[in-house]
Design a protein around this ligand. Structure first.
Ligand SMILES: [Zn+2]
Ligand SMILES: [Zn+2]
Length: 350
C-alpha cells in the first residue's frame, strides 16, 4: 500500500452540510446552537485537522528528527530521550496517520525503521514556516539555532510564506475567506481538544529549536483555534466562546497565555461594563504564515479534495494557497534541497 492511499483511507467521511454557505466566513458559524446538547460541532477546518494529525509537541519533534534523517527507534530514543512507550506511541500514531511508514531493514530478527511518506515530507514546509517565526521572535541573544541553506540557489535563506499566484508575501489583512466545497461542521472528536502538549522545556533537551519555541507559544489545539479565529477577525470573548464551544475558564486561560506570550494585546472596546477584545501584535500577525501553511497541508492531504475554506489574496485578486518559499529565489522549499548550518553541537553527527 502506498503512503498516500494509506493517508487517504484516514479521511473522515464527507462532511454533511448543515447550513447553506453564508459566504464570507469572517462571521463564525454559531455551530453549537443547532447541535444536540452532547455533541458539540465545530467548523470543518484544515488547520484543526492538521493539528489533530500531528498531535502535540512530541509528535512534531519526532517528525523533526525524521527531517534530519533519523529512522531507527534507538536513534530517536537516543536523541529525544523519551520514555520508550511514549516514543512508540508517537511513532505508531504518525504511521497510522500516514506520515511515516515502516520499512523492514533486517530479516533475522525482523527489524523496522521509519521512513517519511510523501504526506510526511510535504509537512516539511510547515515546519520551516514555524521555524521562521521562532527565529524571528524567540531566538534571544544566542541567535537562531539553525541556518538554512537552499541548495537550489546556493544561498543562505529563511522561509517566507507567499501567495501561490503572485509569489508575494501574504499579509493577514489582505486575505478574504469564503466557504469551499468541504465547508460545514463535524462533531468534535472526544478527547482531542483538551490535550495538552508535552512539557515545552523538554522539547529542547537535545537540540535548541525554533520550532519547539514556536510550539511553546501556540502549542495546544485550543490556542491554535483561538489564533485561527483571530485571523477570521473574531476577537471578542463571547464570540470566541460561542464559535468554538470552549469552556469560559479554558478560554480565559488560553487568552491570558497568548497575551503573556505577546501574541495578542487586550484592548478595551467598551466601558460599563468593561469589555475587551484581543488584537494581534506584530508578533501575532507573523503566525499567519505558519497557519496558512498548515491550512494548505490539511487541504492537500486531509480534505478529500474538498477544502473547507477558500482564500483570496486581495493584493492580486486570485484565490491562492500558501507556498513556503526561499526568501532569496522565491522557489518553493522542499526537504531534499536543504542544508543546515547548526549553531549548536549536533546530537546526531552523520
Ligand atoms: Zn497573490
Ligand atoms: Zn533559494
Amino acid at each position: 500500500m502506498t503512503s498516500s492511499s494509506n493517508a487517504l483511507e484516514k479521511l473522515p467521511a464527507k462532511p454533511r452540510r448543515l447550513r447553506q454557505a453564508p459566504t464570507k466566513s469572517a462571521q463564525p458559524e454559531a455551530v453549537g446552537r443547532k447541535a444536540p446538547v452532547k455533541a458539540f460541532r465545530e467548523r470543518n477546518c484544515s488547520v484543526g485537522r492538521t493539528i489533530d494529525a500531528i498531535g502535540d509537541g512530541w509528535t512534531f519533534m519526532v517528525l523533526r528528527e525524521c527531517y534530519f534523517n533519523v529512522r531507527k527507534f534507538e536513534k530517536f530514543q537516543d536523541i529525544l530521550q523519551l520514555p520508550r512507550t511514549t516514543l512508540a506511541a508517537r511513532l505508531n500514531a504518525l504511521t497510522d496517520e500516514g506520515l511515516l511508514r515502516q520499512v523492514q531493514y533486517s530479516d533475522r530478527p525482523p527489524r523496522y525503521e521509519y521512513a517519511l511518506t510523501k504526506v510526511g515530507v510535504d509537512l516539511y514546509p510547515v515546519m520551516l514556516a514555524l521555524m521562521s517565526f521562532g527565529d524571528k521572535w524567540l531566538a534571544g541573544k544566542q541567535g537562531k539555532p539553525l541556518q538554512l541553506v537552499h541548495q537550489a540557489c546556493g544561498k543562505q535563506c529563511t522561509a517566507l510564506v507567499i501567495c501561490s499566484e503572485c509569489r508575494e508575501e501574504v499579509l493577514p489583512s489582505r486575505v478574504s475567506y469564503r466557504d469551499g466545497p468541504g465547508a460545514g461542521t463535524s462533531p468534535v472528536r472526544p478527547g482531542r481538544k483538551g490535550r495538552r502538549s508535552a512539557d515545552p522545556t523538554a522539547l529542547e533537551r537535545r537540540r535548541p529549536s525554533s520550532v519547539a519555541r514556536a510550539l511553546k507559544v501556540i502549542g495546544d489545539r485550543w490556542s491554535f483555534m483561538i489564533i485561527r479565529e483571530g485571523f477570521f477577525r473574531i476577537r471578542r470573548f463571547d464570540e470566541l466562546q460561542t464559535g468554538l464551544g470552549i469552556a469560559p475558564n479554558i478560554l480565559a486561560d488560553r487568552l491570558g497565555r497568548l497575551v503573556a506570550d505577546g501574541v495578542f494585546e487586550r484592548v478595551k472596546y467598551q466601558s460599563l461594563p468593561d469589555r475587551f477584545e484581543y488584537k494581534f501584535t506584530e508578533k501575532g500577525k507573523d503566525l499567519f504564515g505558519p497557519l496558512i501553511a498548515m491550512l494548505r497541508w490539511g487541504d492537500e492531504w486531509l480534505s478529500g479534495g474538498e477544502p473547507p475554506l477558500i482564500l483570496t489574496h486581495l493584493d492580486c485578486g486570485h484565490d491562492f494557497h500558501a507556498v513556503v518559499a526561499c526568501d532569496q529565489c522565491r522557489e518553493a522549499l522542499v526537504a531534499n534541497q536543504m542544508r543546515y548550518v547548526m549553531n549548536y553541537r549536533d546530537p546526531n553527527p552523520q
